[in-house]
Design a binder for this molecule. Structure first.
Ligand SMILES: NC(=O)c1ccc[n+]([C@@H]2O[C@H](COP(=O)([O-])OP(=O)(O)OC[C@H]3O[C@@H](n4cnc5c(N)ncnc54)[C@H](OP(=O)(O)O)[C@@H]3O)[C@@H](O)[C@H]2O)c1
Length: 284
């Protein structure tokens, strides 16, 4: 039996749907912090169990009888190491045979701003003695949904990533990789660097939005402080502004640029190009 945490989130939901295509529903458990949000999954015959990363007892109950657990990294930045540690302890207590974790690109060596919590979690996994697989997901194409919508509306967008490239793929691609690992053999102990097949720059993104809309779209590359000003004036809260500007600096430094082929190999098909996501968002 396979338990998926964060199953009401964007990625977790796609993993559960992918598992249901390969396994009977009674082999899949959706572990969620708010069961009332999981009615759709329950209606498909999936057992829904409450699992709050902040409530260790709920985690042990949620993992009871699990052969495998997918730990979808939490979304409460700053609290994730302690939360993930609780998940690992519960997995050990429940006798989980194989833990799969969604991490960040080169988490243990990268200076990427979001890497430290993933590095700490990977080290805890290593120390736990659990049989594990690490899925180091590069960026989601969908992270650019707001930028794409804004560019479609106004004909331009701004950033500070320079010529830096992003080897992104869709959440559906990463979910398919998680399904492949959870239902396949020989993934124990492996660390996969999951990336899109193609790394694209902000100029490439502008060109894709232009292709999808039939209009000229311009990308304004700004110094970091001016980028921060634009985001602040757009009404974004200060911590979000800081994160976005730092991420663009990380992208400019090439921290998300490497393509590995691991994702394509796991899912057995090319990854979804950013242009496909752009076209879907522009058409919506
Ligand atoms: N690679 C990337 O580009 C990228 C971008 C953003 C985030 N991420 C990471 O990847 C993860 C999955 O992405 P996503 O798009 O699916 O994010 P998401 O939609 O925000 O899903 C996060 C999931 O974690 C659950 N969660 C958060 N705190 C929890 C807690 N205390 N106890 C139990 N569950 C908790 C949420 O529960 P609810 O459904 O109840 O809210 C949600 O189901 C994120 O959480 C984040 O760590 C990666």
């Amino acid at each position: 039996m396979i338990v998926v945490t964060g199953a009401t989130g964007h990625l977790g939901k796609l993993v559960v749907e992918g598992l249901l295509e390969k396994l009977p529903a009674d082999q899949v458990v959706a572990a969620v912090r708010s069961p009332e949000k999981a009615d759709g999954l329950a209606a498909r015959g999936v057992e829904v169990r409450r699992a709050d990363y902040g409530d260790p007892d709920s985690l042990v109950s949620a993992f009871k009888g699990a052969d495998k657990v997918l730990l979808v990294s939490g979304s409460e930045v700053g609290r994730r190491v302690e939360q993930h540690q609780a998940v690992l302890e519960a997995a050990k207590q429940a006798g989980v045979g194989h833990l799969v974790y969604t991490s960040a690109p080169k988490a243990t060596t990268s200076s990427l701003v979001v890497a430290p919590e993933h590095k700490a979690t990977e080290e805890l996994i290593q120390a736990s003695g659990l049989t594990a697989t690490i899925l180091r997901n590069n960026w989601y194409n969908e992270n650019y949904a707001d930028v794409i919508k804004q560019a479609v509306e106004t004909g331009s967008f701004a950033g500070s990533a320079g010529d830096g490239r992003v080897a992104s793929a869709t959440r559906a691609d990463y979910a398919a990789a998680a399904v492949a690992v959870l239902t396949g053999d020989g993934h124990e102990g492996k660390i996969y660097e999951l990336t899109g097949d193609v790394a694209w720059s902000s100029a490439d993104l502008a060109a894709e939005i232009g292709r999808a809309t039939g209009r000229e779209i311009s990308y304004a590359d700004l110094p970091a402080d001016e980028h921060a000003k634009v985001l602040t004036e757009a009404g974004l809260p200060e911590p979000v502004v800081g994160l976005l500007v730092t991420l663009d600096a990380n992208i400019k430094d090439g921290l998300l640029a490497e393509t590995t082929g691991d994702l394509r190999a796991l899912i057995g098909r090319p990854t979804t190009p950013i242009g496909v996501t752009v076209a879907e968002i522009a058409a919506a």
